[in-house]
Design a protein around this ligand. Structure first.
Ligand code: 13P
Length: 342
C-alpha cells in the first residue's frame, strides 16, 4: 500500500473506482436498520459490513472504504480484521473522525462539526489500526436567513484544522463541506444551491491555504449543485451536471488530487446519472468520482434485510450499484444498463 499522502490520494480516485462510505455512526445505521426492522446489534452491524467488504465490487469498483470507529476495530466471523478484508480487495481503509454536527451557539438552526480535541492522538491510533485516509463532514443548511458567514467560516476553519492534523499524521483528509438539499425553504432552487456552494468552497479553500494543507494530498467531497427537495423548480440532469462542473472549476484548485461526491439523498440512479454526465464534460482538471453512502448501499441493505440467506443476493445488488457508478466515473453509464440488469 502506498505511504506518501499524495500517492494514497491518487489511489483513492483511481480510474474507474470510487469510495464506499460505510461510516454510518451506530445511531445512523440503527435508523437505516429500523426502517427495515433489522435489530441493530454489534454483530448485525458487523455481518452487514462484512457482506459488503467480501463482495466482488470491492475489487473492481471500490478504491477505499470509510469506516466508523466500531467497524475499524471489528473482526469478520472467521476472525479476520475487517480492515484486512478491505486491504485484500485492493482498497484503502479510511475512518470518519469527526464526532458529529452540533448546534452552533447563538446561530439558531445552524450546525458546527466537532471532534478536534484529542484528534492528533486519535489519528495515531487509527493509523496503527490501518487507516490511511479520514473523513470530516461539515453541514451547511439553506434556510430563510441561512447560511450565515459565522457558520460557513467556523466550519471551514474546523475542516482546515482537521485536514492539517491528518496530513501531519500521514493520513489523507477527505474534506467534506456538504450543502444540504433537504432544507426547509421552497425558494431553494438550483441557483441558490450554486451560490451557497460557491461561497462555501471558496471559504474552505481559503482556510486550507491558511492552514498550509497540501492540496495534492487531499480529496474534496462536495455536494452536487441540485435544487432543494422542496423547491418548486426542479432541474434536468444536464443542468445539474453543467452547474456542478462550473462551480467546481470556479472554486477548486487544479492541484487537488481528486473529487469524490457525496450522494446527499439523491435517488440511486440520479446520483449515478449526474456523475456520468459530469464526467462527459471535457477538460476537468481532476479525477471526479463517487464517495456514496446511501446511493451505493440502499438496494443492498434492503435485499439483505438482516438474513444470512440473503447475503449472495445483497452482494449482487451492491455489485450492480457499484459497477454502475464505476462506469459513471468514466462517463460511460447508460440507462439501458440498469434495465438489462433488472
Ligand atoms: P451519502 O452519499 O449518503 O450522502 O453519504 C456520504 C457521506 O459519507 C456523508 O458524510
Amino acid at each position: 500500500m502506498a505511504e506518501r499522502i499524495e500517492d494514497i490520494a491518487l489511489a483513492m480516485v483511481a480510474k474507474g473506482k470510487g469510495i464506499l462510505a460505510a461510516d454510518e455512526s451506530s445511531g445512523t445505521i440503527a435508523k437505516r436498520f429500523d426502517a427495515l426492522r433489522i435489530k441493530s446489534t454489534e454483530e448485525a452491524r458487523r455481518d452487514y459490513r462484512e457482506m459488503l467488504f467480501r463482495s466482488e465490487a470491492m475489487k473492481t469498483a471500490v478504491s477505499g472504504v470509510i469506516l466508523y470507529d466500531e467497524t475499524i476495530r471489528q473482526k469478520a466471523k472467521d476472525g479476520t480484521p475487517l480492515v484486512d478484508l478491505i486491504k485484500a480487495a485492493g482498497a484503502v481503509p479510511g475512518i470518519k473522525v469527526d464526532t458529529g454536527a452540533k448546534d452552533l451557539a447563538l446561530s439558531p438552526g445552524e450546525k458546527i462539526t466537532e471532534g478536534l480535541d484529542g484528534l492528533r492522538e486519535r489519528l495515531k491510533d487509527y493509523y496503527a489500526l490501518g487507516a490511511r485516509f479520514a473523513k470530516w463532514r461539515a453541514v451547511i443548511d439553506i434556510g430563510p436567513a441561512m447560511p450565515t458567514w459565522n457558520c460557513i467560516h467556523a466550519n471551514a476553519q474546523a475542516l482546515a484544522r482537521y485536514a492539517a492534523l491528518c496530513q501531519e499524521a500521514g493520513i489523507v483528509p477527505i474534506v467534506e463541506p456538504e450543502v444540504l438539499m433537504d432544507g426547509p425553504v421552497a425558494a431553494h432552487d438550483i441557483d441558490v444551491c450554486y451560490g451557497t456552494t460557491e461561497w462555501v468552497l471558496k471559504t474552505v479553500f481559503q482556510e486550507l491555504f491558511v492552514a498550509h494543507v497540501v492540496l495534492e494530498g487531499m480529496v474534496l467531497k462536495p455536494n452536487m449543485v441540485v435544487p432543494g427537495k422542496k423547491s418548486a423548480k426542479q432541474a434536468s440532469p444536464a443542468e445539474v451536471a453543467e452547474k456542478t462542473a462550473r462551480v467546481l472549476r470556479e472554486c477548486v484548485p487544479a492541484a487537488v488530487a481528486g473529487i469524490a461526491f457525496l450522494s446527499g439523498g439523491q435517488g440511486n440512479e440520479a446520483a449515478t446519472e449526474h456523475l456520468s454526465l459530469i464526467n462527459q464534460i471535457a477538460g476537468l482538471p481532476w479525477p471526479v468520482t463517487f464517495s456514496y453512502g446511501r446511493a451505493l448501499q440502499a438496494a443492498a441493505i434492503e435485499t439483505w434485510a438482516g438474513k444470512a440467506e440473503n447475503v449472495a443476493a445483497a452482494q449482487r445488488a451492491f455489485n450492480h450499484r457499484a459497477q454502475m457508478n464505476s462506469l459513471a466515473s468514466i462517463g460511460e453509464w447508460k440507462p439501458d444498463l440498469e434495465k438489462e440488469a433488472a
